[in-house]
Design a protein around this ligand. Structure first.
Ligand code: ASP
Length: 369
């Protein structure tokens, strides 16, 4: 009798657990990417440059899609997608990362699994060829969420990730951007907002003639406005996806902002600011003026609006971007929910972005419309 009862219980358990199993649905796979937001207009884009961007963005989409299509996880898809953009010198991530004040490339990246809320991030790393692989290793192979600088690099080496000379990340265009920023800083006699000098600095710093008005560039004004109009192209890369099993994931990778110093870290590697994924809501990856995105905890804000206010994805994301705009910040985000709904709002002039749906329908967009 006891034996019968046990068997009955076992059978019931097996049936019940099967009922909870998510039935894979290949029709819901969706991948969304961005390659940075900012002053990206038709006027400052040549046809060749546009084509180059479109080609890599399409490659990135196809790479992630191939992973999802063959039943891979959203985590693997976003990582593979981001790696393609990290390997391209066109974007401010991996090869092509912007330069710090000291002329180095210090990179940040994060990845998050919406199913388990596990996350991994690295900040200020200089020798890992694909920073997103380091973020993934932190998530999968350590008990931590975020590692920075030397320690993160040592961890990456121990985990056997591909290590390169810092010179691998050098690109002429990014170096020129730094030189321009340094020259502007020198002529204005003031560092930018990120680089406010400390009392210990010996060089006397003259006061800026004009006060910075975030988001409102003026002419003949000092360094801040020059860098944030001319240079306000945030080339961070990111990807969000939903896989066959309805699991969400997000990944973001960046070199940060040109001329950053003092170990400045932006929003990209901060879980909840530039990167977030939660199966209860959505997956989000951001690009823009990191300081504002940190203060608004943009990625988590979108998810929280969905979770607590029960508002749809598009509405939640737009409300959060509006909040960034009100503070004077600019940029954008990409997001996807479990049903494969997507949104890509931004308040800058353009954002490299694209998506691919289950049927293979892909689109790459750059400008406002
Ligand atoms: N959000 C990045 C940062 O502030 C910059 C970017 O989006 O390109 O570091």
């Amino acid at each position: 009798m006891k034996k019968c009862l046990l068997i009955l219980l076992l059978v019931w358990g097996a049936v019940a657990s099967k009922a909870q199993t998510v039935v894979p649905d290949p029709n819901r796979i969706t991948l969304v990417i961005h390659g940075g937001a900012g002053t990206i207009t038709r006027a400052n884009m040549s046809p060749e440059k546009e084509q180059a961007y479109r080609t890599v963005l399409n490659q990135a989409l196809q790479t992630g899609y191939a992973v999802l299509k063959k039943g891979g996880t959203s985590l693997d898809a976003v990582q593979a997608t981001v790696q393609v953009m990290e390997d391209s010198p066109l974007f401010n991530a991996g090869k092509g990362a912007v330069f710090t004040h000291e002329g180095r490339n210090e990179m940040d990246a994060a990845i998050m699994d919406g199913r388990t809320l596990k996350a991994g991030a690295v900040a200020g790393i200089t020798v890992v060829r694909n920073p997103i692989t380091a973020a993934r290793a932190v998530m999968d192979q350590s008990e931590h969420v975020m590692l920075a600088g030397r320690g993160a690099e040592q961890f990456a080496m121990e985990k056997g990730l591909t290590i390169v000379e810092p010179s691998y990340f050098y690109t002429e265009a990014r170096h020129q951007q730094l030189e321009k920023a340094l020259a502007a800083e020198k002529s204005a006699g003031t560092p930018d907002q990120l680089n406010t000098p400390t009392k210990t600095e010996t060089t006397p710093v003259k006061k800026a003639k004009t006060k910075l008005k975030p988001g409102k560039p003026q002419s003949a004004v000092p360094y801040e406005d020059q860098i944030f109009t001319e240079g306000r192209k945030y080339g961070t890369v990111g990807a969000v996806a939903v896989d066959q099993y309805g699991n969400l994931a997000a990944a973001t990778s960046t070199g940060g902002m040109t001329n950053k110093r003092y170990g400045r870290i932006g929003d990209a590697p901060l879980i909840g600011a530039g990167t977030y994924a939660d199966n209860n809501a959505c997956a989000v990856s951001c690009t823009g003026w990191g300081e504002f995105f940190i203060r608004v905890t943009v990625a988590r804000d979108v998810a929280a609006r969905m979770e607590y206010q029960q508002v749809p994805l598009t509405q939640a994301a737009q409300a959060t971007i509006d909040k960034v705009g009100k503070l004077g910040g600019d940029g954008g985000l990409i997001a996807v929910d479990r049903q494969g709904n997507i949104t890509m709002p931004f308040n800058s002039e353009g954002m490299y972005r694209g998506y691919i749906k289950a049927n293979g329908e892909a689109q790459v967009l750059i400008y406002k419309e």
